[in-house]
Write a protein that binds this ligand. Sequence first.
Ligand code: NAD
Length: 486
Amino acid sequence: MKEFKHFINGEYVSSANGKTFENRCPVDGSLIGQVHEAGRDEVDAAVRAARAALKGPWGKLSQAQRIELLNKVADRINERFDEFLEAECRDTGKPYKIASHIDIPRGAANFKAFSETLANHPTEGFRLDTPDGKGALNVGHRTPKGVVAVISPWNLPLLLMTWKVGPALACGNTVVVKPSEETPATTTLLGEVMNECGVPAGVFNVVHGFGPDSAGEFLTSHPQVDAITFTGETRTGEAIMKAAAVGLRNISLECGGKNPGIVFADCDLEKAVEGTMRSAFVNCGQVCLGTERVYVERPIYEAFLARMKEEVAKLKLGRPEDAETSFGPLVSHEHRDKVLSYYRLAVKEGATVEIGGGVPDMGAALNDGAWVEPTIWTGLADDARVIREEIFGPCCHIRPFDSEDEVVELANDTDYGLAAAIWTENSARAVRVAEQMEAGIVWVNSWFLRDLRTAFGGAKQSGIGREGGVHGLEFYTELKNICIKL
Ligand code: NAD
């Protein structure tokens, strides 16, 4: 049985309060281990270690030296690929086939992509005329923000955590990470990698625990934290924003979504089915960018629905390590209760269950896991809660539409604004519709495809700020203007 300790100042430490909680595998409900729950003391120790490290050897490294270290971290994750893969899949239940292509490689790549952008980013400079004719130079100079708190979710634990830790460290900050209580394993393992690569003690710290009245709240309200970057639910983002208001700390919030997929009659049907299948069902539908509302132009509505049902029926539920498994369990029983409550609500709200809608019989060995059936509904009203609220499960609602104007309005009729996917072979229409989407990212004939140098973030209640590429610089650095009189 495993024990997940905090990682503070380069060492694994237990909670002084002796508090632990269970970490269970959602595949079969088995106990993975005990996780230490941080009290205020551990959080304080982690933040102090991070603050001290800013002034230690870390703070004296050149940008090139930091980047070299972070490249080592990326390489070391890849060298220990199988350990990260096993730990991630045990915590989440996701198929090896998916995690080995997405979670772990991207987890490593996040330490390289931002470093490269940073290394090539120019410094701003202006020459100012002055009355004496001699002028002045204004030069932009970036310094680290300081101690950055990273609060991460459970759906892509390593990927989404390193997506923030990579740029934070590349910019010279130090971090205290609070991974989700559901998925402590890979963040804990990363501590070993940091030590192996010679990242100075205190630069990367981890505290475990829950949100309110636990490690999450203690960390985000700690006065020595300079900035908070968060990925998770919109309601949690609101709580973090309140905590950050004290002391005017910077925030970056990547929150929930209720993303539309728009399928025009002039699409390549097979491409649209393949992409929509992935966007609704990969990772058991637990992807913030996933599609839960699908709008299909009426001439191809029946054909599209029939093809989707055929493909859902082919999803292979099973153990993560089995090569043919394409669909795992939800992350926990708690989350399954939430998803199943929406399955019941959909029926109450008048949906036709086209496929799925319940709990599969996985056999004696797996029936204690957090399994649900992949589900498609039709027939719901546009104001149904199932259409308006983020479910974060393997399910979508498919509805016909008749005109471009109508579908633009339907797609935007949501509190969220994270992503949209458009399927059409008419490029003028694709651009026209994409420009009208109220979302941080719009895919045309694709999904989950993004150059890491581009901006990422949400509109409306899907978040505040943009990270990725040079955009992350605005959050992870303080931009100073140095004015030199000539
Ligand atoms: P969550 O908000 O419940 O938890 C996220 C993290 O916040 C966890 O580590 C949790 O312990 C912590 N937390 C909870 N309450 C807190 C508080 N009061 N103070 C400080 N920390 C607190 O989210 P989740 O259930 O782990 O993840 C699923 C959600 O994340 C979905 O809404 C999904 O859309 C969203 N998400 C968004 C993105 C994005 O990039 N926009 C990416 C992935 C997931």
